[in-house]
Design a protein around this ligand. Structure first.
Ligand code: AHM
Ligand code: MG
Length: 327
């Protein structure tokens, strides 16, 4: 018998685990392309102010919002990674005017990717956590209609996830097999599996909402906040969706971005933010509501549609929706 101790080093890489999870090679190649893009974006985020990437790029996106330099760069990085990936058929993002057809389904482009390339980018200049959010849908329409192929309900997603550029760089990935979490090992340059089969904690008295907008909330939401104040809830709000949802996934509670008088459809984007985060939370055993119905059941009319977002553990979401949308 050898005296050599068994190696206990964590060497379960993303690609190894995708194969172990039974993710088919075409989808795995798209997810690995996104992970590569996120490593590159994370590298730029880490070097903010060393590189000239902080500040406005000088343009606006289709929503009339100021584009930060890093918004534009992150979008270009993801697009470049997907262009090189034969299974990627369509790319759409909140920085682009509309979906870009990379290659039709008939030429192998079997997946559509929708992304918020740099969520929370207005937090970059103060070094608060930001992230990349992505959704993968099947691209199975005839060639001429490929750009419209993205207009599917979130329920059709085959994978979704996000990367948080925080004190560590974390990838959370939801597939048919479940929700897994990876941390980037900066020396190996690999995302290594740190937790498989994540389940959201069931009950937790935490709400996450921009409470400064209370005067704009409807009576049901005001009633929920009154209930939460009386029931001893704590409040947490970072202002980067990706960081707020990541905390909600791991620690529980509810994240809410409601419709307000100023943003009657809500502020967050259905296809780049609501659907992928809803998919992750549902796969982890939680709920994601657009108010009256689950986010994932919303049929988009336009790629840039917005939605209300109420997501978290089922019971915490129910505390909100039972007051905002009583049966
Ligand atoms: P962005 O995608 O342009 O960065 O905007 C979305 C961000 C979310 O990350 C966050 O949840 C929300 O805006 C915060 O908005 P507010 O400042 O209104 O609370
Ligand atoms: Mg965003």
């Amino acid at each position: 018998m050898s005296d050599t101790p068994a190696c206990t080093e964590n060497l379960t890489t993303l690609s190894k685990h995708l194969a172990a999870r039974g993710v088919e090679p075409g989808l795995a190649s798209v997810l690995e392309a996104l992970a590569l893009g996120c490593k590159s974006i994370g590298h730029h985020v880490r070097r903010a102010r060393i590189e000239d990437v902080v500040g406005a790029a000088g343009g606006q996106n289709v929503f009339g919002e100021i584009q930060e330099k890093l918004d534009v760069l992150s979008d270009e990085v993801l697009l470049q990674c997907l262009r090189d990936t034969p299974a990627a058929g369509v790319y759409a993002s909140e920085e682009q005017e509309g979906p870009i057809v990379l290659r039709p389904a008939s030429e192998g482009g079997r997946f559509a990717v929708l992304a918020d390339p740099l969520d929370g980018s207005s937090n970059i200049d103060v070094a608060v956590s930001v992230g990349t959010i992505f959704s993968v849908l099947p691209n199975d329409r005839p060639d001429a209609e490929s750009a419209e192929a993205v207009l599917q309900p979130g329920r059709n997603q085959v994978a979704a996830g996000y990367v948080v550029y925080g004190s560590s760089m974390v990838l959370v990935l939801a597939t048919a097999a479940g929700v897994d979490m990876y941390t980037l090992d900066p020396v190996l340059g690999e995302f290594l599996l740190v937790k498989a089969g994540i389940e959201i904690p069931t009950e937790k008295k935490i709400y996450s909402i921009n409470e400064a907008y209370t005067n704009d909330f409807d009576d049901g939401l005001k009633a929920y906040l009154e209930f939460a104040h009386g029931a001893g809830y704590g409040a947490r709000y970072i202002g980067s969706m990706v960081a707020d949802v990541h905390r909600t996934l791991l620690k529980g509670g509810v994240f809410i971005y409601p419709a307000t008088a100023k943003a009657p459809q809500g502020k967050l984007r259905l296809m780049y933010e609501g659907n992928p985060m809803g998919f992750v939370i549902e796969r982890a055993g939680g709920a994601a509501s657009a108010g009256a119905t689950p986010i994932l059941e919303t049929l988009p009319t336009h790629v840039h549609d917005r939605t209300q977002v109420i997501l978290g553990s089922r019971i915490e979401v129910e505390h909100v929706t039972s007051r905002t949308h009583p049966a």
